[in-house]
Design a protein around this ligand. Structure first.
Ligand code: NAP
Length: 247
């Protein structure tokens, strides 16, 4: 299982409960990652060829790509390694967020587009897009940023900024209070989806704050499910099929 998400951790727990041997793979980006139950390996594979070789070495019967919707490269790597080895691949991806009544969302295709839009939208920005894409906002000098991420970000950062290290979980109350006390008038988020980080969207709606939402990147087209239960059923059906072939 290619992980690094709450769904991946939930699926690891379900597989362990069902007695299926699973290995969770993490990229190693976060200093102290939330670890799933069961076996874990950490670090890149060395591209699609490295992943294909690893699948063969470990005798892997099925791969679930449960990585974050914005993890762009590992999805292509998984698709290519699966095609090369014949190991079946499933994508587990939580649905994206949808605007509701009272929301003021502006969709953009990239962090750079989000950065370009900000000066016209507000003066105090709550930036929740994660540590990796922050250089896109470095040229924005005429707004103030509250940057929230799990680990301390590397430069370049925008010059007027406060960095808040936090990994949640967040509630609507804590998000509303944070946004109020910092005088936030714009929120920037990726369309990560899921319930874990959606409280900020409710808080923004309640405070009448516009939200800049970065669209998900394209990924290879593979069999995809949206829930842990469906991913578990898929794994079990692949393993049953393998069992049947072995008899
Ligand atoms: P990425 O751009 O897709 O991956 C970059 C490289 O990191 C990959 O080519 C691969 O290296 C390695 N890698 C990524 N995920 C891996 C995994 N689960 N196990 C082993 N190696 C992995 O991904 P990213 O955006 O840097 O994200 C890294 C991890 O953080 C992902 O696993 C993702 O689930 C998690 N995450 C990402 C975000 C986000 O916004 N991007 C948010 C929350 C969590 P090799 O080519 O050497 O195999």
């Amino acid at each position: 299982m290619l992980g690094g998400t709450s769904e991946a951790r939930a699926l690891a727990a379900e597989l362990e409960r069902c007695g299926v041997r699973a290995v969770s793979s993490l990229a190693g980006r976060v200093t102290e990652p939330r670890l799933p139950t069961g076996e874990v390996r950490i670090g890149g594979f060395g591209g699609p060829e490295g992943l294909a070789a690893w699948l063969g070495r470990e005798g892997v019967a099925a791969v679930v790509d449960a990585t974050h919707p914005f993890a762009e490269r590992i999805g292509a790597s998984a698709a290519s390694a699966s095609a090369a080895t014949g190991v079946p691949l499933l994508r587990l991806e939580r649905p994206g967020w949808r605007a509701g009544r009272g929301d003021d969302w502006r969709w953009v295709d990239s962090l750079e587009d989000a950065a370009g839009m900000l000066p016209a939208l507000g003066e105090r920005v709550f930036l929740t897009t994660g540590r990796q894409g922050l250089p896109a906002f470095a040229p924005v000098t005429d707004v103030w940023f509250l940057i929230r991420c799990v680990d301390r970000p590397d430069p370049p950062l925008p010059p007027n900024a406060e960095v808040l290290l936090d990994r949640g979980p967040y509630t609507v109350d804590t998000e509303r209070t944070l946004m109020r006390t910092r005088g936030i008038d714009v929120l920037v988020t990726k369309d990560s989806g899921g319930r874990y980080t959606e409280a900020k969207l409710t808080a923004a709606r309640e405070l009448g704050c516009p939200v800049v939402v970065v669209r998900r990147p394209r990924r290879p087209v593979v069999t995809t499910v949206g829930t842990v239960a469906d991913a578990l059923a898929w794994v079990q059906s692949v393993l049953r099929h393998d069992d049947g072939m072995a008899r």
